[in-house]
Design a protein around this ligand. Structure first.
Ligand code: SF4
Length: 335
C-alpha cells in the first residue's frame, strides 16, 4: 500500500528485446531494444496513461505486461490473491487466472472480431473457455455486457460487418468485460476511430471504469486523449520512461525537454494563443543502436556535455511523485 493507494502492478526494470538475425545461419547480430529498463507502479482504480511517438515501445510494453510477449529481463509483479506475484514466472494455470483478471482492448476493432462469426459466438467463446458451462448463465452475461456498452442485446445475432468502427470497439470492450476483469490494458483504443466517435467511446470507458471500479493502463500517442483519461502519465522515448507524473502536474509543469516538445505540439482552439511550438530536430535513433548517455541527447535542444556520456536516472524531482530522467534537474534540487 502507498498511503491510501493499493499497488496492483509493480514493474521493475522491464526489458523486451527482439533479436536481429542476419546471414544464412541467422546469426544474432544485435537486439531491437523495444522496451529497455522500464519501472513503474499501477494503483488499484487509477488510469495510468502511457504516451509517446509511434515506435517508442509503449505497445510492446503493454503486451509484455499482459504476457502476450515474454520479457527479456525484469519483473512484472501483480497482486493476485492478496500477494504480489511475478507474471513473468507464471505457469500455465496462473497465466490463465491472470488473463481472466487482466484483459486487453486492441487498437483495431476491425481485426479483433472474426468476420465469419456472429457477435454472440465471439462473445460465448471466452465464457466457455473460462468454464461457464450453463448456456443460460452465458446468455445473461452476454446480454449484460452488451447493454453496458449501450448496444442492444439483439446485436449478438449480427455479424461484425454490420457495425460501424465505434460500435465494433464498444463490442470489443464488452467482450473484455465478460470475465469480470480488474484491469483493462487499452492499446490505442480510439485511434482507429473518427474524432467525432472518439469522445463517445472515451466517455463510455470512463463510465464503465467508475461503475466496475476498474484499473486502466491506457496507451496512446494522442496527448489530449491521454490527458482526458489518465490520473497519472508515463512519457516514453526509445523504450524508456523519461517522465512520470500525475496528469495535472505533467501538463501544467512538464520537466523533461521531450515532454515539453510533445505538449507544445497540442493544438489550442484559440487564435493567437501565444503558444510556441518546440520543434525537435532530427529522427528518433534506431532502437538497435541506441545513443550512449541520455537516449534523447541527439535531439534535445538543451543537451549538455554530460548528457552524451552519462545516463540520467528517473528520479522524483520534486518529492511529490513527479519523476523525470534528465540532468537538468540535479539531485540537490530535489532535496
Ligand atoms: Fe536533454 Fe540532457 Fe535532459 Fe537528456 S539529460 S533530456 S539531453 S538536458
Amino acid at each position: 500500500m502507498n498511503g491510501e493507494k493499493e499497488v496492483l502492478f509493480q514493474v521493475k526494470n522491464l526489458k523486451t528485446y527482439f533479436p536481429v538475425k542476419e546471414g544464412l545461419l541467422k546469426k544474432v547480430t544485435g537486439n531491437v531494444k523495444a522496451v529497455d529498463g522500464v519501472s513503474f507502479e499501477v494503483y488499484r482504480g487509477e488510469t495510468l496513461g502511457v504516451v509517446g511517438e509511434s515506435g517508442c515501445g509503449k505497445s510492446t510494453m503493454g503486451k509484455t505486461v499482459m504476457r502476450l510477449l515474454n520479457p527479456t529481463d525484469g519483473e512484472i509483479l501483480y497482486r493476485m490473491g492478496g500477494e504480489m506475484k511475478d507474471v513473468a514466472k507464471f505457469n500455465k494455470k496462473e497465466l490463465f487466472d491472470f488473463r481472466k483478471e487482466v484483459q486487453m482492448v486492441f487498437q483495431d476493432p476491425y481485426s479483433a472480431l472474426n468476420p465469419s462469426k456472429k457477435i454472440g459466438e465471439a462473445f460465448e467463446e471466452p465464457l466457455k473457455i473460462h468454464g461457464i458451462k450453463d448456456q443460460k448463465k452465458r446468455q445473461e452475461i452476454m446480454d449484460r455486457v452488451i447493454q453496458m456498452v449501450n448496444l442492444r442485446k439483439e446485436y449478438l445475432l449480427r455479424y461484425p460487418h454490420e457495425f460501424s468502427g465505434g460500435q465494433r470497439q464498444r463490442l470489443c470492450i464488452a467482450r473484455a468485460l465478460e470475465v469480470n476483469p480488474s484491469v483493462l490494458i487499452c492499446d490505442e483504443p480510439v485511434s482507429a476511430l473518427d474524432v467525432s466517435i472518439q469522445a463517445q467511446v472515451l466517455n463510455l470507458m470512463k463510465k464503465i471504469q467508475h461503475e466496475l471500479k476498474l484499473t486502466y493502463i491506457f496507451i496512446a500517442h494522442d496527448l489530449s486523449v491521454v490527458q482526458y483519461m489518465s490520473d497519472r502519465i508515463a512519457v516514453m522515448y526509445l523504450g524508456e520512461i523519461v517522465e512520470l507524473a500525475d496528469s495535472k502536474s505533467l501538463y501544467r509543469e512538464p520537466l523533461h525537454p521531450y515532454t515539453k516538445a510533445l505538449l507544445s505540439a497540442i493544438p489550442v482552439p484559440v487564435i493567437n494563443s501565444g503558444k510556441k511550438r518546440i520543434v525537435i530536430e532530427g529522427d528518433v535513433p534506431s532502437p538497435i543502436n541506441k545513443p550512449q548517455g541520455c537516449p534523447f541527447h541527439t535531439r534535445c535542444p538543451q543537451c549538455m556535455q554530460q548528457c552524451k556520456t552519462e545516463k540520467p536516472v528517473l528520479l522524483d524531482r520534486k518529492g511529490e511523485g513527479h519523476f523525470a530522467a534528465c540532468h537538468l534537474y540535479s539531485r540537490e534540487e530535489i532535496l
